[in-house]
Every structure is written in structure tokens, then in C-alpha cells.
Write a protein that binds this ligand. Structure first.
Ligand code: C2E
Ligand code: MG
Ligand code: MG
Ligand code: MG
Length: 288
């Protein structure tokens, strides 16, 4: 803080920047410790077949609870980890834990795992995933990998190669956050995806916004004609779900069904046998 005294105006900015850098450096150090202690956990958010509200699987979402900092959101630490190169270590820990949890669940249930753009450029990405599947005994057919367009955009041929390698293993590939990128249609036409995930920014307000409704309808029909499955992300209300059902959207996820939850809660849920019934007036109730 000595700077503050002598240097006049500019020191305010210096301090603000300095503060920000210190925070980042601290977060990075904490993240390193968290990785060493394997403290970053996979949470699981249900993915539901819209027509009959049957559970088909879960998206795996990273959660980091720090004693002093509290819950650090993934948007924050994943991005930092990408910059520092810690992303690979985090990712493989999460995938390993998720596979170990999910291998005991009903064999019809899949898990959808997010891969960051940086990892997509790793030469040994596909063998790495294969090794984790082998080690944990989790079948490739039950794994889906979600990638965003940023992973693909700067080298589409390389992306094609990686996607092929993963699909040869039996893994399914989804294009995440569809609708938010720059060249979605070009990407779609060139790469062999299995599924699109419609970004929540289109889905959450679809029942109140006619323009969004038209876009979502268009995406679903486009996907259908390309033989792609679709998951709508960010379903929060019964109205939204009904609208998507009307548009014959195959799959959905969102707070209406459940928030991401730890493995123990999934185990509970599954041991009771889960479906979500539509109780129109009071939101969706889970029957257990
Ligand atoms: P994403 O892959 O698009 O994940 C969906 C996000 O939407 C999750 O946020 C989820 O909690 C949230 N969400 C689910 N349902 C609803 C809903 O009904 N309403 C609203 N408003 N939000 C909903 P989360 O968990 O905070 O993750 C944010 C992003 O961080 C993810 O977006 C993904 O890009 C990234 N991320 C999370 N976990 C991982 C990971 O293990 N690896 C990598 N590379 N990225 C991850
Ligand atoms: Mg995702
Ligand atoms: Mg998404
Ligand atoms: Mg996202």
C-alpha cells in the first residue's frame, strides 16, 4: 500500500490492478492445492426425455467448494485453469470420479462431460480418455462429450480428426451452447456431431418471446433433418417444457427438473426410482 502515498492519481489504478492480480495469483495457488487434494467434485444434473419425462442421464458439472472462498463458480476457475494449464489435471480428476460414480448406476444412464477448448488441442486427448474409461470400467457408449465452437473454430480439420477418434471409441459428441457462436451452421455441416445443446439463453424465456420460439423451433427442425439429437438447456418452467414438447424437442435439462447435485444425492434419487410428473399448476414434481 506504500504506493498510495507518493504517486498521486495513477496509484489508484495501480492498486486496483495490483489487487486483481493478487486475487488471481491467490486463486491459482488455491486451485493448485485443491487439485493436489482432489477437492474439485463432479456434480450431476439430470437430462430428461421430454416426451415422457424419463431420466436418460446427467451432465457432469465441476464444483469447487473452498473453505474460505466459498463456492467458486466454474466459469471462474475453469477459465483460470485454462490459462494456467491446470485444466487437464482438473478435468481428468473430474472425469475419473464421474465414471466411478456412474458405473454403478443403471446402464441406460449416460454422462455428458464438458471438454474445454484448450484440451481439444491436446495430441493425446483421445488415448487419455480411453485410458480413464479402461481404468474405471466405464463403457464408452455411456459417455458423451460436450464441446463448444471455440474448440473447433481455429482448426476444423484437427477437430474433425479428434471427433472421429472419440466416436471410434463409441463416445457421443455434442455441440454445446449452440446458437451463441459465430459459424454454427458451417461447423454443423462439416463435423459429425451426435447432438446439439441449445443454449439456455434461447430456452429459458422461449415461452414469453416469439422470436426465440421461432429460433428454437428452427434449430430443432434443422437438427432433425441432419439426424442430430437435441438437448434444450435451461428449462426452468412448466410453460417452457410444454412448448418444447410441442416442438418435439427430444431432451431437456434445467432447474425445473433438478439442479446439479453431488453423487450421494444421485444415488438416493436412483434408489427411489425417478420420473418427473407434470403437475401443471405447481410446477413439476418428482415422484419418488
Ligand atoms: P454448460 O456446459 O453450458 O453448462 C450448463 C450450465 O447451465 C451449468 O452452469 C448449469 O448449472 C446451468 N444450468 C442448468 N440448468 C439451468 C437452468 O434451468 N437455469 C439456469 N439459469 N442455468 C442452468 P455451471 O455449472 O455454472 O457451469 C457453467 C459452465 O462452466 C458450463 O456451461 C461449462 O461451460 C463450464 N464447466 C462446468 N463444469 C466444467 C468441467 O468440468 N469442465 C469444463 N471444461 N467446463 C466446465
Ligand atoms: Mg455443457
Ligand atoms: Mg451449454
Ligand atoms: Mg456454457
Amino acid at each position: 500500500r506504500a504506493k498510495k502515498e507518493g504517486r498521486g492519481r495513477i496509484s489508484y489504478f495501480d492498486d486496483a490492478l495490483g489487487e486483481r492480480l493478487r486475487e488471481l495469483a491467490e486463486l491459482e495457488a488455491e486451485l493448485t492445492a485443491a487439485i493436489e487434494r482432489e477437492e474439485i467434485e463432479p456434480y450431476f444434473q439430470p437430462i430428461v426425455q421430454i416426451a415422457d419425462r424419463k431420466l436418460v442421464g446427467f451432465e457432469v458439472l465441476a464444483r469447487w467448494h473452498h473453505d474460505r472462498l466459498g463456492n467458486v463458480p466454474p466459469d471462474r476457475f475453469i477459465q483460470l485453469a485454462e490459462e494456467t494449464g491446470q485444466i487437464a489435471a482438473i478435468s481428468w480428476q473430474i472425469l475419473r470420479k464421474a465414471c466411478i460414480a456412474a458405473r454403478d448406476w443403471d446402464p441406460s444412464l449416460t454422462i455428458a462431460f464438458n471438454l474445454s477448448a484448450k484440451q481439444f488441442r491436446d495430441a493425446d486427448l483421445s488415448p487419455r480418455i480411453e485410458a480413464i474409461l479402461r481404468e474405471t470400467g466405464f463403457p464408452a457408449e455411456r459417455l458423451e462429450i460436450e464441446i463448444t465452437e471455440t474448440a473447433i473454430i481455429d482448426d476444423i480439420d484437427r477437430a474433425h480428426e479428434v471427433i472421429d477418434q472419440l466416436r471410434w471409441q463409441g463416445i457421443q459428441i455434442s455441440l454445446d451452447d449452440f446458437g451463441t457462436g459465430f459459424s454454427s451452421l458451417a461447423t454443423l455441416s462439416r463435423l459429425p456431431f451426435d447432438r446439439l445443446k441449445i443454449d439456455s439463453s434461447f430456452v429459458t424465456t422461449v415461452s414469453q418471446d416469439r422470436q426465440k420460439a421461432k429460433i428454437v423451433a428452427g434449430i430443432i427442425s434443422l437438427a432433425g433433418s441432419l439426424d442430430l439429437s437435441v438437448t434444450a438447456e435451461g428449462i426452468e418452467t412448466e410453460d417452457t417444457l410444454e412448448m418444447l414438447a410441442g416442438l418435439q424437442c427430444p431432451l431437456g435439462q434445467g432447474y425445473l427438473f433438478d439442479r446439479p447435485m453431488p453423487r450421494d444425492k444421485v444415488d438416493d434419487l436412483l434408489s427411489h426410482g425417478v420420473t418427473w410428473t407434470g403437475e401443471m399448476t405447481h410446477g413439476t414434481q418428482r415422484t419418488v
